[in-house]
Design a protein around this ligand. Structure first.
Ligand SMILES: [Zn+2]
Length: 67
């Protein structure tokens, strides 16, 4: 079986609001996102000038799925 492709997506409007996706489908089901080449390790990190936000639903599901 193919290994699941886990990636970080950003809202399509490019507002630094991030989701976690498996095979390019965000866990929360949001369809208006685009893939970003960010390392999963950067999930939850906030830089002072950008103000990244992370989808709470994706974060909850991420923990449940141990991603
Ligand atoms: Zn989400």
């Amino acid at each position: 079986m193919k290994k699941k492709d886990i990636s970080i997506h950003e809202n399509i409007s490019g507002n630094y609001f991030y989701h976690i996706a498996i095979d390019d489908i965000p866990l929360c089901g949001n369809k208006r996102t685009m893939r970003r080449e960010l390392r999963l390790e950067s999930w939850g990190m906030k830089s002072p000038h950008i103000g990244e936000r992370y989808c709470k639903e994706c974060d909850k599901l991420r923990k449940e799925l141990s991603i």
